[in-house]
Design a protein around this ligand. Sequence first.
Ligand code: SF4
Length: 469
Amino acid sequence: MTVCSSSRDSTRNRKARWLAGAGIWLQEHQILIRRVQWGVVIFYALLLIVPAFLPLPGIAAHIWNDLTTFAQFVFWGIWWPGVLISMLLFGRLWCGVFCPEGALSEFASERGRGLAIPRWVKWPGWPFTAFVLTTVYGQMISVYQYPKAALLILGGSTVGAILIGYLYGRNKRVWCRYLCPVSGVFGLLSKLAPMHYGVDRAAWDASPPGQKRQMVNCAPLVPIRTMESASPCHMCGRCSGFRNAIALQARRPNEEIVEVSAHSAHRWDSLLIIVGLIGVALGAFQWSSSPWFIDLKQGAAFWLVEQGMIWPLETTFPWWILTDYAEKNDVLTLLDGTILLVYIAATTLFLSLAVSLSLALAVRVTGAWQWQRFHHLAQGLIPFAGGGVILGLSAQTFTLLRADGFDLNWVSPLRMVFLLGALSWSLWLVWSILRQQAVPVGRSLIGVTAIFAGLLVPTYSWVLLFWLW
Ligand code: SF4
């Protein structure tokens, strides 16, 4: 028994040393990281800009013989799902080491005007608002399908990152901290990562005067001494070993949500989880496959024709307002665009209400009403909400591979396992949160059951999309 526990301790110590060493390695290789970032910038710019100036791919185009199809596969099939999965594994290492936008924003900030950050930039609603607007706009202009749309949205975001970097802060990533449309999602997913930069405050405060005068440039403006959450940290490693108080450390994947989020969860996070990731994202992934969308559109078209109003069925817009690719027989009319927005809004409202009511019920059955408990329980839904976005994006991967003739019969059961795994993880988190708050077992069970009932609604929506439609 003693031999067993001492060998477990030595394995744990080895792992801790290895991780702390990895953090120090990053800290000591910032020049190499810069070079890697410039490599990613060049690759990103090539895949984003060149296809936008090529003719649209024909029916003989494949991933391996057409740059546009290859870029589409890399961006939406590998890059984005891969980045989201990396958040679950390594926290925001992507942001600190590889992200081209972050690198360009910081580069501009090193040479920019260094102005103070205005209050409007610091508005805490930006991650939610920017995510919703980008997601909906992306659907309006078919960002997954067309390179010009991808250039407009991803390139627009990059220009914004450079501009904000040029204007505000010195050697900082103001864009990434406050305005990036996906920083909220990355921040949520990184809470589940099994590693983070841990801060030993006692060691920090006890550090000798010489060390106290040293500075570390934390580009995303994290208040390092009081850092508890992995959300804002870009895992760049620059502060690793600082004042002998900071080290890359392993942690339990549920630790932050169960313990730290008890006091740090807030309403903008809840909105992003419930309305953004569960509601808007599901509506956006679902509308183009939905028979309800077709019924709604046909019903509206018949009604308009009966009223003698033909113009909504004929009016089209430039591609940067609403999809308009006549050569591909892919044009959204004013009516299509309106129904698209109505469909996403209705789906969002329905799913958000179902999930919010179940959370509210869970709060109520486990004690007196507390908004803080509502927001804390909402954080328990991060695996389910984030898992849904990964599932939705990976649909693009599999669609492209299937179009290129790959046999993907294994995908359907894998999806089911993934969906059920994400759902179970969320329920386990909700249970752990309630137990951590000393809610009795019976009431915790009722609370978990209420949230399970609420999550069945979006789960069924995924089942409709992947298995029934
Ligand atoms: S706290 Fe800041 S400096 Fe330290 S690893 Fe995170 S992003 Fe880098």
